[in-house]
Design a protein around this ligand. Structure first.
Ligand code: GUN
Ligand code: ZN
Length: 428
């Protein structure tokens, strides 16, 4: 049976980085008609009620209906170590991340954390995640099984590490990374709403042989995305130069091994050289901005203005547990603050777009998710713009949608998420 969800509606007709806030479409008394897991219509509430008298009506009052949030880079196995104090990237990986990821050798633990992770992301209004798993194939199975059970569109892959820079017990080999990634890809890619992502962790934890093996796998399966980390911290960039002395720059360590292409998702990408920016643009790759992580681990200030001006696609992500929040609202706020520190204040229309259609575009999925429009998959959130006393008193002064929305972007959390629909089914 069709469901007609009433509320304010926010959708996009264009990219607000190109067109400004006018790229957004706002209906004050709007409605979204959902049928068979997809959006059947978006329009004025009165019109859709009259046209669809048989539909079940869910009235969300003044809440804002939007496409669900898309977290374009996360590490679900780091759920339990989020907000671990006081280290920079390499120390943080060694002290907190790698010991925790070792626990995923136990499939029961992987299943437990995957359940907890999707409980948290859904309660924050995130309806699509792109996650690194661990080196253990069972961690990938747990992630996809849990996503599938909830009907979620989810992307992820086995994190590959074969270099002795990764600890004993958390290494595969070039061959086993290839074989296991391929088996998992064949088992899961395109199963319902799931997509396999080829996942070398980053150049410092892979040998050139492993990068080449995964590059070969990607060449065999160009329908898959590939995700990795790029130029997150200056110490890391220097480390890469020492491990790969022949490389022109960090990106070249990927490029030389077949790991640069249009379906490439490069996380962080803060300390880029001009050649790297040019090549990323030439091939049509995507950068993933992880602003809470970049502050939390002390990595640096992503140059959103420069990357957009260079024509690069940019998605937005929490990078949990390097990131300090599961909330894409908090992540938008952090992106705003980083923009401010670079004298580039991002408009709320652009922040919201990054967390929805922008991330979908970065993943090549903007024909299916990330916007409210007929034919799109019905992944929706209803956002209460008065979810705390502090937010409500500020929103009460608002003169337009953006003033009403910005306090929730800056101060909102899971309490603002009044409803979540996954493929048309209510999930919160
Ligand atoms: N670089 C390589 N691995 C990681 C990780 O797990 N988190 C972050 N933030 N950066 C990384
Ligand atoms: Zn990451």
């Amino acid at each position: 049976m069709a469901e007609l969800i009433l509320g304010q509606v926010l959708s996009y007709g264009a990219d607000p980085f190109a067109e400004g806030p006018g790229a957004a479409r706002h209906l004050t008394h709007g409605a979204v008609l959902v049928e068979g897991g997809r959006i059947a219509a978006v329009g004025a509430a009165d019109d859709l009620r009259a046209a669809h008298p048989g539909a079940r009506v869910t009235d969300m009052g003044r809440a804002l209906l939007s496409a669900g949030f898309i977290d374009a880079h996360a590490h679900y196995p780091q759920t339990a170590i989020i907000a671990s104090w006081g280290k920079r990237l390499i120390d943080w990986l060694n002290s907190y991340t790698f010991p925790e990821e070792m626990r995923f050798a136990d499939p029961a633990y992987a299943r437990e954390v995957a359940r907890r992770y999707f409980d948290l992301t859904l309660s924050n209004g995130t309806t699509t995640t792109v996650s690194y798993c661990t080196i253990h194939p069972a961690s990938v199975e747990a992630y996809f099984q849990e996503a599938q059970a909830r009907g979620l569109r989810a992307l992820g892959g086995k994190t590959c590490m074969d270099r002795d820079t990764a600890p004993d017990g958390l290494r595969d080999t070039a061959q086993s990374a290839y074989d296991e990634s391929k088996r998992l890809l064949q088992a899961w890619h395109g199963q319902g709403r799931l997509s396999y992502v080829i996942t070398p962790r980053f150049s410092p934890t892979s040998t050139p042989e492993q990068l080449s093996a995964l590059g070969a796998l990607w060449a065999e399966h160009p329908e898959c995305l590939m995700q990795t980390h790029l130029s997150e911290q200056q110490d890391e960039v220097a480390w890469v130069k020492s491990l790969y002395p022949e490389a022109r720059d960090y990106l070249d360590t990927y490029e030389a091994h077949g790991l640069l292409g249009p379906g490439g998702l490069y996380g962080h990408a803060i300390h880029l050289e001009p050649r790297e920016i040019d090549r990323l643009h030439e091939v049509g790759a995507s950068l993933i901005h992880c602003p809470t992580s970049n502050s939390f681990i002390g990595s640096g200030l992503f140059d959103m203005g420069g990357m957009v001006a260079a024509g690069l696609k940019v998605g937005l992500a929490t990078d949990t547990g390097g990131g300090s929040s599961f909330s894409m609202l908090r992540t938008m706020a952090a992106a705003y603050e980083v923009g401010q520190l670079r004298h580039n204040p991002l408009h709320p229309a652009a922040l919201w777009w990054l967390a929805t259609q922008g991330s979908a575009r970065a993943l090549g999925l903007d024909d299916r998710i990330g916007n409210l429009a007929p034919g799109m998959e019905a992944d929706l959130v209803a956002v209460d713009l008065t979810s705390t006393p502090a937010i409500a008193q500020r929103a009460a002064r608002a003169g337009d949608l953006w003033e009403a929305l910005f306090p929730t972007i800056m101060m909102g959390d899971d309490r603002a998420i009044a409803g979540v629909w996954v493929a048309g089914a209510r999930a919160k």
